[in-house]
Unconditional design. Sequence first.
Length: 243
Amino acid sequence: MRVRTFLKKQLRRVGLEVNRFNAAGSFTARRQRMLERAGVDLVLDAGASDGGFASELRDAGYQGRIISFEPLEKPYRSLSAKARKDDKWEVFQYALGSVSEEAVINIARDDKCSSLLAPLERQTRVYSGAQTSSSTIVQVHRLSDLYGAQFQPGACTFLKIDTQGYEGRVIEGAGDVLDQIVGMQVELSLVPLFDGGQSYARLLQELERRKFQPVLLEPVFVDPKTEQTLQVDAVFFRQELWN
């Protein structure tokens, strides 16, 4: 028996699985090659939390501008600290939505699960960190009101949306700005997880209407009891770029 096979069998006995990591085939690396292929020079990061997505972009080799939006004070402080070390990274303490307003946001035990919508029992049963611990009022703005006003447009823009059920409203608030965007990454809920959240089928229909097609998927939230995938990160690009 080969040593590698022996070690893998021993590790499986204690519930561990070891496989060779294919960096070039990872979701992050493939997305980066797509950004390069499309010539993306500006990434809009809606629902930035503490800046994990933007940091991941930098680690993958993206060198263009990043503009992040995060409404909550605690993750915004961490986000700002990271952005101060990067002269091509701007941050704003806003949420993005379909109207410009003040709104109540539900702060989850895990900051990354905080949402302008209330979590449904299906989500909190699978992950207790999604339970609401408090709430606060935040500023919400339409992307169409900010683009070209608060920051300069890019020649080739990519929009990432991870807003815990609010993705449809962010897209609605983008208005005609969406016509200037070549690609998007959207967190899609495959089952209802938020009260009032738009279904993935409706989001896909809207993005197809706007001439986007899905090109890359990654599961991000799975029910460990049933193995059902509950959420995926979906990357979309303009149909003409891939035809």
